[in-house]
Write a protein that binds this ligand. Structure first.
Ligand SMILES: O=P(O)(O)OC[C@H]1O[C@@H](O)[C@H](O)[C@@H](O)[C@@H]1O
Length: 299
């Protein structure tokens, strides 16, 4: 799921750079189609002032690709049930999960349009692009068996391609960060401009998450705990889920300073890497050790 989310978000960045889509909240102020200053007044909200280009929607694309992976993964279990009542149950589950999927996608799309950060066609494009990315990458077997080298190589490829694309166009005098000044100019409240939303911030976050996942999955801590004797125990899994959810909440309190751009990117990379590393390696290892100690005491 993380692979698909990272690759989907990376494609979203590249598409945004290629498509040069405007966002409604600045477009209405700049377009010439409304005569005599009659442009409509669009209400803005604290999350309206996204600073990247508008097409396709990153939220719609991210949400559709991640939910697509979860729904298809859940359905791949029920499809294995063979007897007659199981077929009915599979059909019911299929209808239920796909309904939930579409309700979520439609809600995301409506909310992005409502806050004037997207035009309708941009969110629709986002949903379908997300499904395409998920379908293309979720069945890639290399992802399941990727070594740490593979994670590093993928990270380098994603980074070098995006940076190379940006710098090549800069040489041609095309600034792919054209949308940032527009956002700053037309946002109703300067406090609503968030460095988190710039194209490079998203890229750095994704690279960090993939790096942290690779590091975690290939660590001794992961192998000892998640591949060890406890890994199949339901109690181990429940404890891991609960401890991970609690620990992840703590990361919300870690606020990254935004005054220096490069420092922000470096710290953002580290924070994004630390989160999957915690869930995949650190938490399971602690739970595993705790269960081992408890078992010893009981014996
Ligand atoms: O295009 P949208 O729906 O406004 O989404 C913007 C978001 O798109 C994501 O892809 C980026 O990672 C975020 O940094 C960005 O804020």
């Amino acid at each position: 799921m993380i692979w698909v989310a990272v690759i989907g978000d990376w494609f979203n960045l590249i598409f945004k750079w290629i498509l040069f889509g405007h966002r409604p909240y600045w477009w209405v102020q700049e377009t010439m189609i409304y005569p005599n200053q009659s442009s409509p007044c669009l209400e803005q909200f604290p999350i309206t002032c996204e600073t990247g280009p508008g097409s396709p929607s990153g939220h719609a694309m991210g949400s559709s690709c991640v939910w697509y992976v979860m729904v298809t993964a859940a359905l791949s279990y029920t499809v294995r049930w063979k007897d007659k009542s199981a077929v009915t149950l599979h059909r019911l589950t299929w209808s239920f999960l796909w309904s939930i999927f579409w309700i979520i996608q439609i809600s995301v799309c409506i909310s992005r349009v409502f806050i004037a950060t997207h035009f309708p066609h941009q969110v629709v494009l986002g949903v379908f692009a997300g499904i395409l990315v998920a379908e293309a990458f979720e069945h890639t077997p290399a992802i399941q068996t990727a070594s740490f080298r593979m994670y590093i190589k993928t990270n380098l490829f994603l980074f070098i391609f995006a940076l190379g694309f940006y710098l090549s166009l800069k040489l041609l005098d095309i600034d792919l960060l054209w949308s940032v000044p527009k956002a700053k100019k037309w946002c109703a409240n300067p406090d609503w401009i968030n460095i988190d939303t710039t194209p490079f911030a998203g890229l750095v976050r994704n690279l960090g998450a993939l790096f942290g996942l690779g590091l975690g999955i290939n660590s001794e801590m992961f192998i000892t705990s998640c591949k060890g004797k406890n890994s199949c125990k339901i109690s181990f899994r429940i404890l891991c889920i609960a401890a991970s959810l609690a620990t992840l909440q703590l990361y919300n309190f870690v606020k990254i300073p935004t005054h220096t751009e490069y420092l922000f990117y470096i710290l953002s990379f580290c924070k994004s890497a630390a989160m999957p590393l915690t869930v995949v390696a650190l938490v399971p290892y602690c739970v595993h050790s705790l269960m081992g100690t408890t078992e010893k005491k009981l014996n």
